[in-house]
Design a protein around this ligand. Structure first.
Ligand SMILES: [Fe+2]
Ligand SMILES: [Fe+2]
Length: 214
């Protein structure tokens, strides 16, 4: 087995210097030397993966968003019950179903990188969800003002998720976790679509009527 530390560094800086330790012994030209190095790096990456600071951060951030997604399932239920406009209620319901998928996708991501799914309490999402609950308390039941405010609260959740999944997908690509990256990008796309859809609902059905309320 090749030395772990040096090969990890070589992976980001060059593609030839570690080929001397390649296991295949087929590196007779520059091109094949590069290929051998890449195989070697892949092997080392697997062995080295769990001890790297970036991997540890990646797993910690996955646990954060795993906690967040589970909390969002409940929050969407609350927002659906508090909303009045049918289109908004449906959007919250649809996204709750998607959010359940996001949880199971994250479980697949944990499995793909040989880690156990765990929730890490996330103060940020707790705060954003709390803000949504305060909006419900401070607005009138059945009002468009509440629906307009609920949309903004929900979009804050989506933007937290978009930032998380966008960053995690890029890290997954960088670390060579292609299948994990694909799953994270699929969720990212659904978060972005939801954000867009909420804006459409606000502009089409809610904001104008909210502006008429006194
Ligand atoms: Fe989500
Ligand atoms: Fe979401």
């Amino acid at each position: 087995m090749a030395t772990k530390t040096s090969d990890t560094k070589d992976n980001s800086t060059n593609s030839t210097t570690t080929s001397t330790g390649a296991a295949t012994g087929t590196a007779t030209t520059t091109t094949s030397a590069k290929k051998t190095t890449s195989v070697d790096n892949a092997t080392v990456k697997e062995d080295d993966m769990k001890s790297s600071p970036l991997h540890k951060f990646f797993v910690s951030a996955l646990k954060d968003i795993y906690y967040a997604e589970n909390a969002i399932i409940d929050a969407l239920e609350t927002m659906q019950n508090a909303a009045t406009t049918e289109e908004l209620k449906e959007a919250f319901e649809d996204h709750q179903l998607q959010t359940r998928k996001h949880v199971s996708r994250l479980e697949k991501v944990f499995k793909l990188i040989d880690e156990t799914p765990e929730k890490k309490e996330c103060e940020a999402i707790k705060g954003i969800i709390k803000e949504g609950e305060e909006i419900i308390k401070s607005t009138e039941d059945g009002s468009m003002t509440r629906d307009a405010a609920l949309i903004i609260a929900a979009q804050k959740v989506e933007h937290y998720e978009i930032a998380s999944y966008g960053g995690l997908a890029q890290l997954a690509i960088t670390m060579g976790h292609d299948k994990a990256a694909d799953l994270l990008e699929r969720t990212l796309q659904e978060e972005e679509d939801t954000d867009y859809e909420l804006t459409e609902i606000a502009e089409t059905y809610i904001n104008f009527d909210a502006e008429q309320e006194d």
